[in-house]
Design a protein around this ligand. Structure first.
Ligand code: IMP
Ligand code: MG
Length: 188
């Protein structure tokens, strides 16, 4: 059994986006962003921990000068349902006044985390804010939130891999997969 097949048996019910599909789309997003910014050198703001895999691949798909920074916000704990409660755990290292920000998100689910984050960043008077999200769930009850570029639109299922976790596991899977319901643990 290969290492990937073995992992599939542990918590992965099906692969939604393969490693190759991810890399191809991220390359396209990188080219598009090169065109958007030209010589403006955006500050890429990665939202920890979920956006780490996407951020590192996306920045290498871009050929224009960029700077990077990270923010950490809490969302779910071990639950698979958004609580709507957002807390800043790590703030940016940079002063962002007058900067062109590119917020890099792993996934837009309810939209609550991103909405909160954008309001907070806006107060610090950046020159512009754009948002790139790798994934966006199709959700009738999601709130309207800015998303300038989206990698993939996915069904409303709980996904793992390529940065996304369930109870902090599975972030290192090279693909995006649907979590096997049998892997869901009761709240501790
Ligand atoms: P939102 O506030 O509901 O839009 O959720 C935002 C955050 O919740 C994302 O940045 C993820 O960290 C996490 N999240 C939402 N949906 C999923 C999922 O299907 N799998 C893993 N994490 C998720
Ligand atoms: Mg998470």
């Amino acid at each position: 059994m290969s290492w990937q097949t073995e992992r599939r048996a542990n918590g992965v019910s099906r692969i939604l986006i393969t490693e190759q599909e991810l890399q191809r789309r991220i390359y396209e997003l990188g080219k598009e962003l090169d065109g958007v910014y030209g010589s403006e050198a955006p500050l890429m703001v990665g939202v920890l921990n979920g956006a780490v895999a996407f951020m590192t691949d996306l920045m290498r798909a871009m050929t224009i000068p960029v700077e990077i920074d990270f923010m950490a916000v809490s969302s779910y704990g071990t639950s698979t349902v958004s609580s709507g409660v957002v807390r800043i755990i790590k703030d940016l290292n940079n002063d962002i006044e007058g900067r062109h920000l590119l917020v890099v998100e792993d996934i837009i689910d309810s939209g609550l985390t991103l909405k909160y984050l954008l309001e907070l960043l806006q107060q610090r008077k950046p020159a512009s804010i754009r948002v790139v999200a790798l994934l966006k769930k199709v959700k009738p009850d999601a709130i309207e939130v800015q998303a300038d570029l989206v990698g993939f639109t996915i069904p409303d299922e709980f996904v793992i891999g390529y940065g996304l976790d369930y109870a902090e596991r599975y972030r290192n899977l090279p693909y995006v997969a649907v979590l096997d319901p049998s892997a869901i643990r009761p709240e501790e």
